[in-house]
Design a protein around this ligand. Structure first.
Ligand code: SF4
Length: 294
């Protein structure tokens, strides 16, 4: 564990909407219970989609959308049913969720109203909501972002996230309960978390838990590159911005895909996944044609 202290600021705010139209092709809506993220990952893209103080002091300031469940309760009665991504620009199970329960209450409202939900997190706190997930397992899937299982590396790139062992445990537990799971292995950053043995361990975890894998490389955004410059060796940034960057990625992905196919693990790159998105919707596509009752 890192021993550096942080000055954390948590501020409650009121919002006028809960669901947003998602920019990601796999979701109809996104729901972000918080603005900012206390996990403070040092490559985070969300910084580029966040405004104000939480973006300026990434990982230290978070706004809690305190009235979000009340707003959501009204929206689910009038919005067309669809797939909701929780969350897309913050971690829905960062530590303050333990106190505020915004994610839990939203999850319950969405599922009671037959919206489909895809959760993405780096936290085993999702297990707290196992009762809801089990009740609605036909409507829900849980994805874990795992960039490394090497704890030293993890402390460096994702300093405030829960440990790798606890994530492995959470994934196994959900899989035992027959809840659909997937692992997002990304971003993979050259010379940071591209060690083949480490990645193979993640693939073994996927095989053990029956999870699908989505691989992705680091995609440059202005804010995340600026943040990375503070922490990462300049040679890493140079590599990411070099014209050979995709060559490095293609070589790596060929090795990983070969292993996936030999080990019979469902693996896909994020680019392929987005291209063939209809096959990965949570549940049946036809349900998206239904409308929520007024
Ligand atoms: S958990 Fe996700 S949203 Fe939070 S800091 Fe890390 S990458 Fe960003």
């Amino acid at each position: 564990m890192t021993s550096v202290m942080r000055n954390i600021v948590v501020k409650k705010i009121k919002v006028s909407k809960a669901l947003s139209k998602s920019g990601l092709p796999e979701y109809d809506y996104s729901l972000n219970p918080y603005i900012g993220c206390l996990h403070g990952c040092r490559y985070c893209y969300a910084i580029d989609f966040t405004k104000g103080d939480p973006a300026r002091r990434w990982g230290e300031i978070v706004y809690v959308k305190i009235n979000l469940p009340e707003i959501l309760r009204k929206e689910v009665k009038i919005y067309r049913r669809g797939v909701v991504g929780i969350s897309t620009i913050t971690d829905p199970y960062q530590s303050i969720e333990y106190k505020y329960n915004i994610t839990r209450r939203s999850l319950e409202i969405l599922l009671e109203n037959r919206f489909r939900v895809s959760i993405q997190t780096k936290s085993p706190l999702v297990l707290r909501d196992l009762d809801i997930l089990e009740r609605y397992k036909d409507l829900v899937e849980v994805g874990f972002t795992i960039t490394t299982l090497d704890e030293t590396k993890k402390r460096f790139i994702e300093p405030w996230t829960p440990g790798a062992e606890s994530l492995m445990y959470a994934l196994k537990r959900l899989s035992e309960k027959k809840i659909s799971t997937w692992i997002f292995v990304g971003p993979i950053i050259p010379d940071v978390n591209d060690d083949i043995n480490d990645l193979m361990r993640i693939l073994d975890l996927a095989r053990e838990t029956g999870s699908e894998i989505i691989f992705d490389y680091f995609r440059s955004h202005v804010g995340s590159i600026d943040m990375m410059r503070k922490y990462f060796d300049q040679s890493v940034i140079k590599k990411i911005l070099s014209k050979d960057y995709l060559k490095w990625w293609n070589n790596l992905i060929n090795i990983l895909m070969k292993y996936c196919s030999e080990a019979n693990i469902r693996c896909v790159t994020a680019d392929e996944y987005w291209k063939n998105i209809s096959r990965r919707r949570v549940g049946e596509e036809k349900d998206l044609l239904f409308f929520a009752e007024k």
